[in-house]
Design a protein around this ligand. Sequence first.
Ligand code: FAD
Length: 477
Amino acid sequence: MTDITETDVVVVGGGPGGSTVATLVARQGHRAVLLEKERFPRYQIGESLLPSTVQGVCRLLGVSEELKEAGFPVKRGGTFRWGSNPEPWTFDFGISPQFAGTAAPAYQVERMKFDQILLNNAMRNGVDVHEEHTVTDVIEENGRVCGVSCTDAAGVRREFRGRYVVDASGNLSRIHSRVGGKRQYSEYFRNLALFGYFTGGKRMPAPTSGNILAVAFSAGWFWYIPLSDELTSVGAVVHREALDRVQGDREQALNELIAECPMIADFLSDAQRVTSGPYGEIRVRKDYSYIQEKFSRPGLVLVGDAAGFIDPVFSSGVHLATYGGLLVARSLNTALRPTTESGMDEKTLFEEYEARYRQEYMRFHDFLVSFYDMHSDEESYFWKAKRVTGNTASELQSFVSLVGGGSSDERALVNAGSYGDRQDVEEAIWSVAQAGANIQVQAATGGTIDEQVPVRDGGLVPSADGMHWALPATAAA
Ligand code: FAD
């Protein structure tokens, strides 16, 4: 007989997207089960984080201290040898009032450590985590998804049934297609990435030593991410036509690409490639730029890479996964209330998530299309960021706000403070303090940080505690 577990929410996948949803749902007193195929720590790419994740969602999750203690390199911004300017140029997250005033706006992280911190935190918050459980399919009844079937480490088939299933199982998700519709692959971003790890690579001088370095060259561009004083993540992103080149000897292909890019060759001139352990492999990733046509159906919702990813150049993946996780948690927390308010049915709640997520995705997408035009210089990239975001602040501030993950003006992403922590005690103090902070940020960025204004006609707004959706004041009156 199949072993069946009943719960409120079944989350598939323990990456940043899955851990975020599960934690924020469990903290509202709902039962959440998280099923993860691997045993953590497990390898994952996606090491350069944005302030919106570190200052925003991670604060809401309550892991700021742990991140600080983990000793990850502080990422103050980015340094780019990109576009028509032959010299490298640098931006600092601190130029945006949204991210100013903090010693550590973001981090470069070993995902094995970062994802473990988020998963442990989910467990501490009451999520029932099962590692080495591979989800094989969803279970449907009367057109509604009501659970998943999976295989545990011993090969035993189990079922987990819940009122909602969240697919956060990443780009290799087996169940995303069960939502209906297709994965729409980008016509524009058809690149592939070849990457490995080095010890002994050079560092930029302080205070930019923790920055991501992105260097364009004839075949594409390189990322160079310091993961510790010793360890560096190095990857080449090249056009898909170079597939043949990387399909043979990967080591040779990576070495040849490095030799074609003088700045990266210089940074690695005294470095050794790591050849053993989780960082010992040279990996290839392709077909990673896509968005799902639909994000939800009754009982099932996609989050993180299961829903979409664009391109690694501005490190938006974990931001989209954790922001999406927060939005989905709001939808589920609202749907799981004992009574459903009029105008807050499941379809509307999922639509709110999807509308906000797509808006954020498209901002990055549209900006990135211009950013790949190598005939422009940084001033035109900044101008484009201002146009894409509709921001009235300076071009540079608009650019930094966008690439820091703050262009949605969600206070949960730019200044989460004690928003999700100790809500009941600090709520009142927080609202007053935040109202002041919002006015300052709004004045400086020209953004619309008034969260009582929905982002679309008939849309919802975040509730006062930031963990649910609410009707805007005019609609509720
Ligand atoms: P994941 O992190 O992929 O987690 C999904 C989890 O689901 C995994 O733990 C997996 O084991 C589990 N799982 C899978 N299938 C099953 C199953 N059947 N049953 C149970 N569990 C399952 N992002 C950044 O923010 N910064 C970067 O610098 C960056 N660089 C990148 C470079 C490249 C080349 C690429 C391709 C991506 C990069 N990204 C970057 C994107 C980043 O890797 C992802 O966006 C991010 O990891 C998405 O998080 P997630 O939680 O959605 O999925």
